[in-house]
Design a protein around this ligand. Structure first.
Ligand code: GAL
Length: 416
């Protein structure tokens, strides 16, 4: 075939190839799990921002809340020598990749833009490895939230539950209203997200000793049995079709008034906003009863992989764009999270967003800001997955609370 191409045609082909590779050099390939309506809307803010700066976007979405599937796909990509430019990642996973020497270096851009002074230390613990910047944090989410349908709450007397007993009384009232009291999707990471909040509701010290310190006595304690008993109680309020349901479909049940509450991180707010719902009018956000003042956080960061030299400029531009205060506000207003910098005004945020920002600052000052176990900010994946396994089996009735307590302590010890 080739011999039939005219010189002009060959020149044209070569020019096209030239412009393709020039575009590729000014582009980023991004692996992420932001595929729900609210998540995609937030991601679009980032895509458009970069496109406005002349950086093209190659999308690599891997569906699956919490990122379990995305991390499996990533491993395959890197193993085949084909790492993406940037990867949405949580906590200890970032450090694991850094340990393997797979990540690039953002020190120059971080120094020029003074990231050290404005990004909270709790996040820097995961954005830096061995003193070098390896990831750009885009937000701060937290897991100890409750999302309530306002009309259902009003019909139940309108009072936000202040403690566990009041929460249970409210769930009973939702049952009487004929709606599903708790909207939930039976997937290990979602079960674990509720477990974060339930364990925290038994005290900061308890959460810290159990999930951060992995103290065997705490993991095997009578208090831990109480945490599992609470999970059993909550399980009795979910509908028959909960197994395997995606988290955003559970959010939709609350949005549509088919369910009363969802226990979920504040990415759920992204779904309410996307559906045109307003906090205070259509839904209520509150901390899981008994946990006001504490925050179990997870921060989505873009871990920057080692890529060919010609791809580095676009990678650095992406990192810089993510940390711009204007972008931080625009993105997090849509995502439901708080900004990853301390100097972003809360002006454009709704009441739940303002509360997220305030709660975060207070918890940080009071020493009650702790990494989320369910979202990879308390332990490396090996320990996290060991905990997921026990929590899910107990939630599904395969283990009694007593058995779960014994298994939890043993599983964590083996995975450490
Ligand atoms: C979390 C992540 C959030 C949200 C959620 C559900 O781990 O931090 O940004 O995407 O998963 O997919």
């Amino acid at each position: 075939m080739r011999k039939f191409l005219t010189t002009t045609a060959i020149a044209a082909v070569m020019m096209t190839m030239g412009s393709v590779s020039a575009r590729a050099a000014e582009g980023v390939e991004v692996l992420h799990w932001w595929t729900s309506g609210g998540e995609a809307a937030a991601l679009d803010v980032l895509k458009k921002d970069l496109e406005g700066k002349g950086i093209s976007w190659t999308d690599m979405p891997v569906a699956g809340g919490g990122g379990t599937e995305a991390m499996t796909v990533l491993r395959a990509r890197v193993t085949s020598g084909n790492a993406p430019t940037a990867v949405q990642m949580l906590g200890f996973d970032i450090l694991d990749w850094a340990k393997e020497g797979a990540l690039g270096n953002l020190d120059d851009v971080a120094a020029q833009e003074g990231w050290d002074k404005v990004i909270p230390t709790a996040l820097q613990q995961f954005s830096k490895y061995d003193g070098h910047w390896i990831a750009a944090p885009v937000n701060v989410h937290s897991t100890n939230w409750v999302w309530i349908n306002k009309a259902a709450l009003d019909a139940a007397g309108g009072k936000e539950p202040a403690n566990w007993d009041e929460l249970i009384a409210l769930l009973d009232k939702f049952k009487e209203q004929g709606i599903t009291p708790v909207a939930h999707g039976g997937q290990p990471w979602q079960d674990a997200t509720i477990f974060d909040a339930v364990v925290l509701s038994l005290g900061n010290d308890f959460y810290k000793k159990a999930f951060i310190d992995l103290d065997p006595a705490t993991l095997g304690s009578a208090e831990m049995k109480e945490a599992f008993d609470r999970m059993t109680k909550l399980r009795s309020y979910v509908d028959d079709n909960f197994s395997g349901r995606d988290w955003n479909l559970a959010s939709a049940m609350v949005i549509e008034g088919k369910a009363g509450v969802q226990f979920m991180g504040d990415w759920a707010k992204g779904e309410f906003i996307k559906a045109g719902k307003k906090p205070g009018t259509d839904f209520v956000c509150m901390r899981f009863p008994g946990t006001q003042g504490s925050v179990t956080f997870n921060s989505d960061q873009f871990a920057m992989f080692k890529v060919a030299d010609d791809k580095v400029p676009a990678q650095l531009k992406m990192a810089s764009a993510i940390e711009s205060p204007v972008f931080q506000s625009a993105f997090n207003v849509v995502k439901g999270s708080a900004p990853a910098r301390t100097d972003v005004p809360d002006t454009d945020f709704d009441d739940c967003g303002k509360k997220a920002i305030k709660d975060l600052a207070e918890a940080n000052t009071n020493g009650s800001l702790m990494g989320s176990m369910a979202h990879g900010h308390a332990n490396p994946a090996s320990v996290k997955n060991a905990i997921y396994d026990v929590v899910t089996r107990q939630f599904n009735g395969e283990l009694s609370s007593e058995e779960a307590v014994a298994e939890l302590a043993a599983a964590v010890e083996a995975a450490k």
